[in-house]
Every structure is written in structure tokens, then in C-alpha cells.
Design a protein around this ligand. Structure first.
Ligand code: SF4
Length: 207
């Protein structure tokens, strides 16, 4: 497995998949290597591609507000994406592209070793939990994986245009402080799986 420094160096020059041809900048990710919270989006968008940093523009401002609502600053969280180069016209990354880029994400996770990994959107949820359910079914649950909790929720971009999804993301983020304060998982069972009828927004305290 790549170590963090090698992964970063390799990613910044990477041409392992076709996304390299359309990028302006590689968006490797950023944040402290001792962060307890690690957030994974799908892919860089227009603003991220231009600036070389994750979660910029309207999505980034929304993320900043979500973090502020639970008493965290962006600088205390590790932020990255499944693929490090912007897909053309903001299409979803293809499975082969996610697979090509995965060693960089694995190196980041290994170096940071966070307690909680927030997976934003369907692709990140599937890649990080290994479960096939869409994020609308699995969101707000803490899935123990490799001694940490993976916590899927909707993509930030959906929240910008869909008030109902926005409420769900706000509700899901409100649960993070309790999860960050919990002990690391020691089993591989799925925690906090409420019955279908209880999967409603704004119900904190269901851990
Ligand atoms: S998306 Fe990942 S694998 Fe593809 S070129 Fe960019 S850094 Fe390399």
C-alpha cells in the first residue's frame, strides 16, 4: 500500500485514468492527519478543479455551515473525494475511474485513521460501506468498517436544490458529535438501523 506522502506525490502527477485529460488541477484532499472526522465526496466540480481544493463554491459554503452547526471548523476535518480529477460536465465518475483512484483514498484513510467517515452520496456510500443500497435507504446509519464508522448521507449538491434533502443532511450531521464521542466499533455489525418508518428527518438521539 502507498504511504501518504507517496500517494500525494503520485496523485498530483497521475494519469492512471481518462479523467486526467480534462482536469485543471488534481484535487488530492486536505486536512489534518490526526482528524477524527473524514468526509468523502464524489468528485471535484468546477470550482474545486480550478482552485485545487475540495468542497469549494456553494457546496463548500454549505459544508462549512454544517460543520459550524456541530461546533467544528473545516480546518479540523480531513476532506477529499473518491476521484481526484473532475469528470467532464460533472458526470458521475465511472467504476473504473473510482477503482483507479482508490489507492489514494486508501492511503489517506490509513494515514488519518479517522473515527468517523462521512460518505456523501450514492457512490461514496457504496465505495466505503461495501453495501449496495442507495444512500436514501442507508443514510444516517453508522456502519462499522475496519474499526471506524462510515456514515452515509446525501450529496451536498442535492441539498442545494432539494429542501427535503437539505433537512435530512442537517439532521444526519446533528448526529455526528455523539458518534465522534463514542468508542470505536469493535464489531462488523451495522449499528443503529432503525425500522423503515423511523427513517425521518430531524430525529436526533437515535444512536
Ligand atoms: S481521477 Fe485519480 S486515477 Fe484518475 S487520473 Fe485523476 S488522480 Fe489519477
Amino acid at each position: 500500500m502507498l504511504d501518504f506522502a507517496a500517494a500525494q506525490k503520485q496523485a498530483l502527477e497521475c494519469r492512471k485514468c481518462g479523467l486526467c485529460s480534462g482536469r485543471t488541477k488534481v484535487v488530492f484532499g486536505e486536512g489534518p492527519l490526526n482528524a477524527e472526522l473524514f468526509i468523502v465526496g464524489e468528485a471535484p466540480g468546477f470550482n474545486e478543479d480550478r482552485e485545487g481544493h475540495p468542497f469549494r463554491g456553494a457546496s463548500g459554503l454549505f459544508l462549512d455551515r454544517l460543520l459550524e452547526s456541530i461546533g467544528l471548523e473545516r480546518e479540523s476535518v480531513y476532506l477529499t473525494t473518491l476521484v481526484k480529477c473532475r469528470p467532464p460536465e460533472n458526470r458521475a465518475p465511472r467504476p473504473s475511474e473510482v477503482s483507479s483512484c482508490r489507492p489514494y483514498l486508501v492511503a489517506q484513510l490509513s494515514a488519518v485513521d479517522p473515527k468517523v467517515v462521512v460518505a456523501l452520496g450514492d457512490l461514496a456510500s457504496r465505495a466505503l460501506t461495501g453495501r449496495r443500497e442507495p444512500v436514501s435507504r442507508i443514510r444516517g446509519r453508522a456502519v462499522p468498517v475496519d474499526g471506524r464508522y462510515v456514515f452515509p448521507t446525501h450529496a451536498l449538491s442535492r441539498a442545494l436544490y432539494t429542501p427535503a434533502d437539505r433537512a435530512l443532511i442537517v439532521s444526519d450531521f446533528s448526529r455526528l458529535p455523539e458518534l465522534l464521542a463514542a468508542d470505536r466499533p469493535t464489531t462488523y455489525e451495522t449499528l443503529n438501523v432503525p425500522p423503515e418508518k423511523e427513517q425521518l428527518p430531524l430525529q436526533p438521539g437515535l444512536w
